[in-house]
Design a protein around this ligand. Structure first.
Ligand SMILES: [Zn+2]
Length: 244
């Protein structure tokens, strides 16, 4: 097997064991140093600080080839939305089952996610459905926590960020990853409580953590679960070609 190598040019990529992995290069005013990460969806991402040249960035990638190859190996295999795939809804395994003869769109029934209609529509239908259910689950928790501490937020946005589960803007908007839907309830509760607590304290001060503890018991257990299992959640709903 030829050694892994970096191929430069207009679309820099890595050749590893006969496979092409595109290198996504991001200029970020916020990053203070060169940083490489392996993202389950985007692949290999290189963050370039403002004053570092592309050439220096590629030389850095060259030096880190062994690290990259080791991490590519450890990425969990993608679990695209297909008939037979299993999704942990609120931490409980649910099998996606294509039901072409049934009426309706997508619904949950006895440990399964049933999907009507043509097979070609199944991935998109499951995708839309998971976003909708995630929004419902997150919204009712956010309302409950906000009421409990006597505050309010201006809205909830669902996204699919690579490295954070939630955030709170200075205008009082809450952002969450739809993947919270794939976590056990107590972990989802913790993340929602955490972001709602930021409506009171826009920092991670002792006062902030005291408030989170008051709102949600079991913060250490939830954080531990995320450390161990969080990255794995990024394999769901990923089409194999997305990673190329
Ligand atoms: Zn925070």
């Amino acid at each position: 097997m030829p050694a892994p190598r970096l191929v430069g040019g207009p679309r820099p990529h890595l050749l590893v064991a006969g496979r092409t992995h595109l290198l996504e290069i991001r200029r970020s005013a916020r990053s203070a140093r060169l940083r490489l990460r392996i993202d389950p969806k985007r692949g290999i991402v290189l963050n370039l600080p403002p004053r570092v040249s592309l050439k220096a960035g590629l030389a850095f990638v060259e030096r880190e080839l062994d690290w990259i190859v080791a991490h590519l190996d450890r990425l969990p295999a993608p679990v695209p939305f297909r008939d037979g795939a299993v999704l942990p809804l609120l931490g409980v395994p649910h099998r996606i089952t294509h039901a072409p003869d049934r009426r309706g769109f997508v619904w949950r029934e006895a440990g399964e996610i049933l999907v009507a209609g043509g097979a070609e529509h199944l991935p998109r239908r499951v995708r839309d459905w998971t976003r909708k259910v995630a929004k419902e689950e997150i919204s009712h928790r956010a309302e409950k926590y906000a009421a409990r501490i006597g505050t309010s937020y201006s809205g909830i946005t669902l996204r699919d960020p690579a490295s954070r589960w939630g955030s709170c803007s200075s205008t009082g908007r809450l952002n969450f990853s739809w993947r919270l839907l794939l976590m056990p309830e107590e972990v989802m509760d913790y993340i929602v409580a955490h972001e709602v607590a930021h409506l009171r304290h826009m920092d991670h001060s002792a006062a902030f953590w005291a408030l989170v503890d008051e709102m949600h018991p079991g913060v250490p257990a939830a954080r531990k679960w995320l450390r161990i299992n969080g990255a794995d959640l990024h394999k769901y709903g990923v089409e194999p070609e997305d990673r190329l």
